[in-house]
Design a protein around this ligand. Structure first.
Ligand code: IPE
Ligand code: IPE
Ligand code: MG
Length: 266
């Protein structure tokens, strides 16, 4: 581009230069739109450790950078109209990891919320958590519960953290509750419907995920939302979680929009 072109692009049209307008147009072209934006996106945020290892860093550096991706993707999901974003942060199996790593992971919610909670509140985001609170350290539960309480009346994006979450544990607990109530004569097992079971799951009140994303190249569910993902669309990428960006999310959503969901029909 010659000098004249450069000068022209700086010319203002109202509040914006031609350059601004061009950038905004390019931005908008990339944004998924239309009426079939997935309402609920669930993400298995994987690959923090390998991301760090590739850079000669300790695994916890990967978790730390993963937090930045959480912020980025929350904003990006909100921007295109996703209504629920569920993020798998810690599984019931992750307790098998070295104690120091587990302790670091248990401090992340506090660290994340100390920085981000005010902005989440400003942006009308409602924070939720699904998982077994019993086993978690008090400081972790306290941080999450403060965020849940302070955002409970927000009506925007639901940001749902799966923390100490395991799908088999969740379903077993639901079955136990039904069994107890049946034994007490409060529930007729023969009359039990899917909706009655669903309301006993930790995801109660949320729609099933439309789109499941897993990063880092692993092709498995690792005990994540086995009931709720029955008819979800899956999207996998080799990208490690700390480098997962808006563009990846939007690629996933655009591909989702091209798929035909048949639910067993034609
Ligand atoms: C995901 O990254 C975060 C958690 C499971 C807590 P990993 O820690 O599993 O990273 P990799 O899979 O070892 O690379
Ligand atoms: C799944 O990742 C759990 C989370 C992302 C929180 P893992 O890294 O624990 O899964 P596996 O062990 O590779 O199946
Ligand atoms: Mg992993």
């Amino acid at each position: 581009m010659g000098l004249f072109g450069k000068w022209f692009r700086k010319l203002r049209v109202g509040a914006f230069t031609a350059e601004d307008m061009e950038r905004m147009r390019a931005d908008d072209d990339e944004l998924p739109s239309g009426d079939n934006i997935p309402k609920h996106v669930a993400i298995i945020m994987d690959g923090n450790g390998r991301w760090a290892k590739m850079r000669g860093l300790p695994r916890i550096a990967g978790h730390h950078n993963g937090m930045k991706a959480v912020k980025r993707i929350t904003k990006a999901a909100d921007r295109v109209g996703v209504e629920v974003l569920t993020l798998y942060a810690f599984s019931t199996e992750n307790w098998k990891r070295p104690k120091a790593e587990v302790e670091f992971l248990m401090k992340l919610p506090q660290e994340f919320l100390a920085i981000e909670l005010e902005e989440l509140i400003e942006n009308n985001v409602q924070v939720r958590m699904m998982g077994d609170r019993g086993q978690l350290p008090d400081h972790t539960v306290a941080a999450v519960e403060e965020a849940v309480r302070r955002t409970a009346h927000n009506t925007g994006l639901i940001l749902n953290f799966a923390l100490n979450y395991g799908s088999r544990h969740e379903m077993l607990e639901a079955v136990k509750e039904v069994a107890r109530q049946a034994a007490a004569g409060k529930v007729d097992p023969e009359a039990l419907e899917e909706a009655d079971f669903e309301k006993r799951l930790l995801s109660s009140g949320l729609p099933d995920p439309d789109l499941l994303i897993r990063t880092s190249g692993e092709l498995r569910l690792s005990n994540f939302m086995l009931w709720q993902l029955a008819y979800s669309e899956f999207w996998f990428t080799d990208v490690f979680w700390p480098e997962f960006g808006e563009r990846h999310l939007y690629d996933a959503i655009r591909e989702y929009q091209r798929r035909a969901r048949r639910y067993g029909g034609l």
